[in-house]
Ligand binder design. Sequence first.
Ligand code: NAI
Length: 290
Amino acid sequence: TPTRILVCGGGNGAHTLAATAAAMTNVEVNVMTLYSDEAQRWRNILGRDSIVVEVFYNDGSTGKLEGKPRMITKDPAKSMEGVDAIFFVVPAFAHQQYFEAITKYIKPNTIVIGMPGQAGFEFQALKHLKDAAKLCGVISLESLPWACRILEFGRRVQVLGFKDVLGASVIPGKGNEQISDDSSLRSCMVTNSAYNGLLHPMKKVEGGYVPDFNFRYTAEDVPFGLVVMKGIAECVGMKTPTLDEVIVWAQEKLGKEYVVGSRLKGKDVGETRAPQAFGFTTINDLCSVL
Ligand code: NAI
């Protein structure tokens, strides 16, 4: 199923995002602008056409993209139907009225993005979303990803340059439509629809089957996952009793030795990607590479 986004706003940034997102395969774009009669004007001016984006790339080349939103409306209820992510692409003073218009339609697992949102979008989002905030993600971008301006309202916009780096703060939320029973770790794994059809490889043994722990779920995710986390924690002097327990269990299955007691000093640490395998053992060592 396509990802459906809502673009809030009707200015330079909203035009650019609406068109560039709609130009992507598998993305549907709703636009909502609450400002005056902007939605109706935009709809009338665009008609059946697509919004054209003239792009100046940072390497000096130019290009053209075209994308058509599936709706441009002033109606919050309509605009929010089936939406996976909401982009606030209006000047900061206008954020509040968009929150007030859409909050009651927000479903769990929706991502709310201030574009830009810094500084302070997170606080405003948490206040307005109330309980829904726990089930949604909130992302606050430090700017727009482009410098852009409308050439012809509703129809043509120009991207004059792209930001190389765009900082963001993220509050991930705890929602999950993928897991139908989150009462235990086991039920989280077996009822997670993202894992449908994925089974753990098994080995045939006398009398039945046992898990094949040499498959990458353990053989890769422990030395190149948990052991790395353990190594970073050790560099900063943090105790990790739960992580240690899991690694000790897994290393026995793998026939390896990473953790001894609560220290990362087993004979096989050198085969992992823990910082200790590369000579980083303190927080100063870690910071020295920056
Ligand atoms: P813009 O000035 O084009 O936004 C105008 C839109 O804001 C209007 O079309 C309307 O939808 C809404 N609006 C204006 N007055 C309103 C009111 N009184 N009540 C409700 N809505 C109202 O803004 P633009 O250029 O899209 O920028 C959006 C944000 O991104 C701004 O905070 C801007 O500082 C920032 N930004 C913009 C960049 C750019 O290249 N355009 C680059 C970096 C950041």
